[in-house]
Write a protein that binds this ligand. Structure first.
Ligand code: URA
Length: 197
């Protein structure tokens, strides 16, 4: 069954959706946020990257992945010739910062889900990249480990989805940085494959 918010957002254009997020009071994260963090990038992008939720810097600025993890994400994107403003769209599971950067609660993610679903419907990406265990777990409805989810193409309501490590985690793990690089190359090969078919 569709929730009330899901029925409402299903008809929204970008301006209306952005406004609805900016005014959202649907979960307790609204009380502690400074800014909502809607998303950034090309609204017709082929690639959609989905993170977990805003951190401190994102909460200040109102844009996803602008802190240290964001710099790493930008450099990973750059390595496969993608730019955050032109070639991809970047969004999060939750649009408001969880206090102290804790993981979003399942109920918070659920409340916020209609916004992400509408973003996906408007963008119609050819590929979704789930960044980290929280995003992957939410999108694929699983508790499986990130390691077990990597390296294959999943399905999100008809859209191919590939899982990789969260950039904030990669800042602490050199070994997994190499694996994330493999994942992006895998994603790029997948995209090239569908272009040639
Ligand atoms: N981590 C996330 O998951 N999302 C952001 O926007 C920033 C850091």
């Amino acid at each position: 069954d569709k929730t009330e918010l899901e029925s409402l957002t299903a008809c929204m254009n970008w301006v209306q959706l952005n406004q609805a997020v900016a005014e959202c009071m649907a979960c307790p994260l609204a009380k502690t946020r400074k800014n909502t963090v809607f998303g950034v990038g090309d609204q017709a992008a082929s690639w959609l990257f989905i993170g977990e939720g805003p951190g401190a810097r994102e909460d200040e600025i109102g844009e996803p992945f602008v802190g240290q993890a964001g710099k790493l994400l930008d450099s990973l994107l750059q390595a496969i010739h993608l730019d955050r403003h032109h070639d991809v769209y970047i969004a999060n599971i939750v649009k408001c910062r969880p206090p102290g950067n804790r993981n979003p609660e399942a109920t918070e993610a659920e409340k916020c889900r209609p916004y992400l679903l509408r973003q996906i419907a408007l963008i119609q990406p050819k590929l979704i990249i789930a960044l980290g265990k929280v995003a992957a777990g939410n999108l694929l409805n699983t508790h499986d480990s990130l390691a077990s989810l990597r390296g294959r193409v999943h399905d999100f309501s008809g859209i191919p989805l590939i899982v990789t490590y969260h950039p904030a985690y990669l800042l602490r793990s050199m070994i997994d940085k190499a694996k994330a690089w493999e994942d992006l190359c895998f994603a790029q090969a997948f995209m090239q494959g569908i272009r040639h078919n």
